[in-house]
Design a protein around this ligand. Sequence first.
Ligand SMILES: Cc1cc2nc3c(=O)[nH]c(=O)nc-3n(C[C@H](O)[C@H](O)[C@H](O)COP(=O)(O)O)c2cc1C
Length: 180
Amino acid sequence: MDLKDMQALYLKRQSCRSFSDMIVPEEVIAEICRTALLAPSATNAQPWRLIAVMGEKKDEIVKYLQRLGMNKFASKASALVAVAEGKSGGMMKLGSVFKENEFVRNDLGILTAHLVLAAEAAGVGSCILGWRDEEKLRAALGLGKDTLIPVVVALGYPEEAYPVREKKRKPLEEVFTLLK
Ligand SMILES: Cc1cc2nc3c(=O)[nH]c(=O)nc-3n(C[C@H](O)[C@H](O)[C@H](O)COP(=O)(O)O)c2cc1C
């Protein structure tokens, strides 16, 4: 895979807000997560866990992602994957060089990016959901107090003829500088 292929994948990935009735098989969800977990993290601490929720449990937690009429479409996702803080391993355990937890949010963001791109490569649509009631989510997922859940990712097959939107991004000159 070269940069052109990567660009094609990045352009193809878009937030999917209309899922079809076809359910993504559990094994495909697991494989997408397995792939995303190859993401890098500070000191390779991998301070995360992915909790994929399907079936009735999904119907239970989806209400914690909907606020002011937002994210209704998430009800039709095949799976909701909570990107959550987990135990830090590796050098992070030593904790002397880096302030504890300093990089965790960053690592979870990187994992999220890997997750949505892996989903796209598997032909599965995704939408990152930042609207959430973290407290209720924690309780429903059996996670401890203060465990971070910065986002939940909705996964599912896009509805047939779901339009490919043009990417609206800031012009390169505004956000890219090359200094010599
Ligand atoms: C941290 C984060 C939180 C987001 N939360 C929501 C959300 O709650 N609901 C939603 O529909 N989209 C959400 N999005 C999707 C963004 O709106 C979307 O990525 C952005 O508009 C760019 O569009 P694209 O993903 O189609 O390229 C979120 C994205 C990120 C990165």
